[in-house]
Write a protein that binds this ligand. Structure first.
Ligand code: UT7
Length: 337
């Protein structure tokens, strides 16, 4: 799916993020499995990640991020018409974590649901919220991207356990006078689904004593294949959305790629020809936070003063599905209509 934003102007008017307190360093992981700080830094660029407490669920991370985003936008929960939570680790399979958030935020008039598109979930959710706002179905939307992947990782599998972390980010979308989203490109290739998946616990393989004993409720990944896929789609999706919107890579002021691995980001950055100082990288501090990755990176970019009004921001996600998605936005400083 690809298209330019031809409807009403819609932008991000509020931004928030939240990560758990507990920092887990590579050295700490080295005491739990056969790995090393040297290997993890060299192959991934990750130095530490945040890991949720046993009692912490997704909504516990999403709620503070959402409150921050609402405050940043200067609105309250009761102003929201729509809440979408992009995640693969909801509090429960159902009810949706978005409905739990709606209740906690006092968003009594909002439609609220979860969306599953792996690490691309945030881009899918933003595109969907954009469509509802631009089409006039909603006035104000809250989009949360967040995951607590530590809960579904096999902590004896060094091939996955060292890569991920927990965190959530949230954005408020509203109509604005000018600027805002220019276009989106979203895609999925289900033939690659088994390269990154959770084998059991769904209707294909419900939970049994055997499925638990066989550790089939944990993430399984073919790292090399996902790496090849990631480098390909990060470049292709970014180029596609730029071309569709009549922009070039030189126009991009801030590039926010999915934070999975510094090597993947560097490959994409070089191929696309984006100067390093325009690229947002925080995977060294958070690891891959899945749906939380892009909004957390946006929040970091904002804290660094990089998201000034008028700047062109390119975001590209990729992940389980396999899925990918890009969005191009001319940043606005509030300015809702
Ligand atoms: O949102 C999308 C989520 N997933 C991704 O983005 C993952 C994409 N893939 C990757 O980032 C990389 O493929 C990995 C970081 C997962 C692996 O890096 P790699 O350079 O592709 O390593 P590899 O799988 O080719 O493994 C190289 C070696 C192997 O040892 P041998 O067979 O050469 O003796 C692995 O067993 O590194 C070993 N290895 C480790 N060693 C220390 C694998 N994981 C570890 C580890 N610590 N944590």
């Amino acid at each position: 799916m690809i298209g330019t934003a031809n409807g009403l102007a819609v932008s991000i008017t509020g931004l928030g993020s939240h990560v758990p307190d507990r920092v887990v360093t590579n050295d700490e992981l080295s005491t739990m499995m056969e790995t090393s700080d040297e290997w993890i830094v060299e192959r991934t660029g990750i130095r530490e990640r945040r890991i949720a407490a046993p009692e912490e669920a997704l909504s516990d991370l999403a709620l503070p991020a959402a409150r921050q985003a609402l405050e940043d936008a200067g609105i309250s929960g009761s102003d929201l018409d729509l809440i979408i939570v992009a995640t693969v680790t909801p509090d429960m399979a159902f009810p949706a974590t978005a409905a739990i958030l709606a209740d906690e935020l006092g968003a009594h008039d909002a439609g609220a649901y979860d969306l599953s598109a792996g690490c691309t979930g945030f881009m899918y959710a933003v595109a969907q919220a954009y469509g509802m706002l631009a089409g006039g179905l909603a006035q104000r939307a809250l989009v949360v991207g967040g995951d607590v992947l530590s809960k579904i990782l096999d902590w004896s599998d060094r091939g996955t356990a060292v890569l991920f972390g927990d965190g959530a980010g949230a954005v408020v979308l509203e109509r604005v006078g000018q600027g805002g989203f220019l276009g989106f490109e979203l895609g999925a290739d289900g033939s690659g689904g088994l390269q990154l998946y959770l084998p059991a616990g769904g209707s294909r393989a419900p939970a049994t004593a055997e499925s638990v004993a066989e550790r089939r409720h944990f993430v399984q990944m073919n790292g090399r294949e996902v790496f090849k896929f990631a480098t390909r789609v990060l470049v292709a999706s970014a180029e596609a959305v730029l071309a569709e919107c009549g922009r070039t890579i030189e126009d991009v002021d801030v590039y926010v790629p999915h934070q999975a691995n510094v090597r993947i980001i560097e490959y994409a950055t070089q191929k696309l020809g984006i100067p390093d100082d325009r690229v947002v990288i925080d995977v060294d501090r958070y690891g891959n936070t899945s749906s939380g990755s892009i909004p957390l990176a946006l929040a970091d970019a904002k804290a660094d003063g990089r998201l000034a009004a008028g700047r062109l921001v390119l975001m590209t996600g990729m992940g389980a599905g396999l899925t990918w998605g890009s969005g191009l936005i001319e940043w606005t400083d509030g300015g809702r209509t």
